[in-house]
Structure formats: structure tokens, C-alpha cells
Design a binder for this molecule. Structure first.
Ligand code: HPA
Ligand code: ZN
Length: 331
């Protein structure tokens, strides 16, 4: 089974590039830029990554991102994750980045975008890596700040496929961001939003009805609302589920309690993703392996989850058909 997990061509649809910052690069960059961190060693960093909820993680995630300063830092961050995609046979990845985490520290789009795009171009050239970017707004900030961020992104829109919504969910519902999502749509951007990670099923309804998203990030709280489950199944709305993230952030106390296979059995288009792999203890293959160990994921379920990743992606219909056909030939 682990062989098959490795061999299958896969997508990743829910990945924060800032969440791929590994402890070694974090320490290296903190020295390079003289950023004072409360950690002296990789062991101390691992010990600190013990979270009780989303906010306790976000506090360390934003602290970690403070070592990303110049264009080469952003290149290195992106390059290392794309190498991981090659290693894990993730043939297509749709990566979120948080511009406000950088612009609020005085680091402009003109610094991080060229770093990201150069690494993506190099990976495309060297091994045909397919990748695209989703610009996420920080929902703990105001809608006006999101609107200003969209305006600042205008010179880079050819490199941005979609907008998203992340950070502290509770108390920051999707309805707060209706106008900026309307503006993004008018710029021909696709839309995704984190909803129903810690927040209630109603936030998922808001993401669907008010933000008119193409995909829901997490969405696991949909189980609380039978009508929502029915709608998600009927519309085949993709959910980008992140099992290791959900257990690390105590959305589920134990992987054995994770509901992804129940949602799959209800014909909901669930996909598997790593979210912030450096913080949550595993990349994509480790997420599949965790499901296999805790929930006895079988081959048929594995293949369906992997296929859902292609179906739920922003790839063209032709590209989707190409990869779905390849999977059928493999198994
Ligand atoms: N949820 C919300 N915001 C985030 C996450 C997450 O899992 N990861 C990075 N920003
Ligand atoms: Zn996320």
C-alpha cells in the first residue's frame, strides 16, 4: 500500500507555502537576517510544535514567517517544497501564499513574487512540475486590507489563479469578505476559502452562497448539517481535507475519529492534503499513510481520494482526463 501511495501521480490542493518552512531553513534564515527567535536548535523547534488549537499554531507560523526577508529566501522556500513534490510524485500542486504576512512587515510583492515564480519556472523546466498560486487573505484583518492587497497584486495577476481565505476562523466568518471576493471574481480569479475547520457548518454555507467558492478548504464540520452534506454531494463541491493538520490542531482528538472516509462514503468529493507540513509532521504521502494506519484506508478508497484531487483541481478538463487515465492504467 505504501508503494502505491508513492507511485500514484497525485495533486496537492491545500498547502500553505509558508507552512513548508522546515526547522533547518528557519534557523539558517534567522541567523542570516539576525532575527531573534525563541529556539536555539531543531529539537527546540520540534518541542514547540505542540498545538492545542488553530490560534496556538498560527502564532508560531507567523513568527516563523518573520525570517523570510529577501527574494532568495522565498525562492529557497518554494524550491524545497517543489523538490518534495518531485520526491512524493505530486505532479500538480495549488499552493496558497499569505501576502499580508509579508507586506505588513514591509516586504513587498516585488520581493516574494519573483522568488516564488522563479522557483516554479525552474521546477517546470527541470522536471515538468505543474504548479499554481492561490493568494490568501488573512481573515483576522479587515476586508479593506484584503481589498488593498488585491489591488497591490494587480501587476502579478498572471501568476495568480485564485484567491483564498485563511487564518483565525472563529469570529471571522466568510460574510466579512463578500466585496473582495466579488472583486476577485470580476478579475477572472477562481475562489476558495477555509471554512468549517474550527468554525461551524454555517460558515461553509456562507462560503458557498456568499463567496461563491469553487472549493472549500477543510470543511469537515459539514457533518453537523444533513442538508449541507446533501448539497455538497449533489454539487460535487471539492473539500480539501488535511488529516494530520486536523489531529495536530485538535479538530479531531485522534486520527481514528477523523471523518474523511465517512464523507467519502457519502459521495462527497473529499481530497487529501498536507496544509502546513513542516508544522504538522508530514507531507502528502504521510497524510495518506496516517489514514491507512488509523482508518484502514483500502486501495479503492485511496484511488478515489487521489482521483478526487485531480477532479477538484483547477487543471483543464484535458489535463484532468490525462491524469485520471494514467491512474486507471496503473491500477
Ligand atoms: N487554517 C487557517 N489558516 C491557516 C492554516 C489553517 O490550517 N494554515 C495556515 N494558515
Ligand atoms: Zn490551511
Amino acid at each position: 500500500m505504501n508503494n502505491l501511495i508513492q507511485q500514484l501521480p497525485k495533486t496537492e490542493l491545500h498547502l500553505h507555502i509558508e507552512g513548508t518552512l522546515e526547522p533547518d531553513l528557519l534557523l539558517e534564515l534567522s541567523k542570516k537576517h539576525h532575527v531573534d527567535l525563541p529556539y536555539k536548535s531543531i529539537d527546540e523547534i520540534h518541542a514547540a510544535y505542540n498545538f492545542e488549537d488553530l490560534q496556538s499554531f498560527l502564532d508560531l507560523y507567523y513568527l516563523g514567517a518573520s525570517v523570510l526577508v529577501d527574494e532568495d529566501d522565498f525562492y529557497q522556500l518554494m524550491w524545497r517544497y517543489l523538490l518534495k513534490c518531485k520526491e512524493q510524485n505530486i505532479v500538480h500542486t495549488e499552493m496558497m501564499f499569505d501576502p499580508q504576512t509579508h507586506t505588513d512587515r514591509g516586504i513587498p510583492f516585488a520581493t516574494f513574487m519573483p522568488g516564488f515564480v522563479r522557483a516554479m519556472d525552474d521546477a517546470a523546466q527541470q522536471w515538468g512540475q505543474s504548479s499554481l498560486l492561490i493568494m490568501s487573505f488573512l481573515r483576522h484583518l479587515t476586508e479593506q486590507e484584503a481589498i488593498d492587497t488585491l489591488a497591490a497584486a494587480k501587476p502579478y495577476l498572471q501568476h495568480i489563479e485564485a484567491v483564498g481565505l485563511d487564518s483565525s476562523e472563529l469570529g471571522n466568518p466568510p460574510e466579512k469578505f463578500v466585496r473582495v471576493f466579488e472583486q476577485a471574481k470580476s478579475l477572472a480569479l477562481s475562489c476558495v476559502a477555509h471554512a468549517g475547520e474550527e468554525g461551524p457548518a454555517d460558515y461553509i454555507w456562507q462560503a458557498l452562497k456568499l463567496l461563491k467558492v469553487d472549493r472549500v478548504d477543510h470543511g469537515v464540520r459539514c457533518v453537523d448539517d444533513p442538508k449541507l452534506l446533501q448539497t455538497l454531494a449533489e454539487t460535487q463541491m471539492p473539500l480539501t481535507v488535511c488529516p494530520l493538520s486536523n489531529t495536530k490542531l485538535c479538530v479531531f482528538d485522534d486520527m481514528k475519529e477523523h471523518n474523511i472516509l465517512d464523507l467519502l462514503a457519502k459521495d462527497i468529493l473529499v481530497t487529501v492534503n498536507s496544509d502546513d507540513p513542516s508544522y504538522f509532521g508530514g507531507y502528502l504521502n504521510e497524510n495518506f499513510e496516517a489514514l491507512q494506519q488509523a482508518l484502514n484506508l483500502n486501495q479503492q478508497q485511496l484511488i478515489k481520494l487521489v482521483k478526487n484531487g485531480f477532479t477538484g483541481s483547477f487543471l483543464s478538463e484535458q489535463q484532468k482526463a490525462h491524469w485520471l487515465g494514467k491512474i486507471d492504467k496503473l491500477v
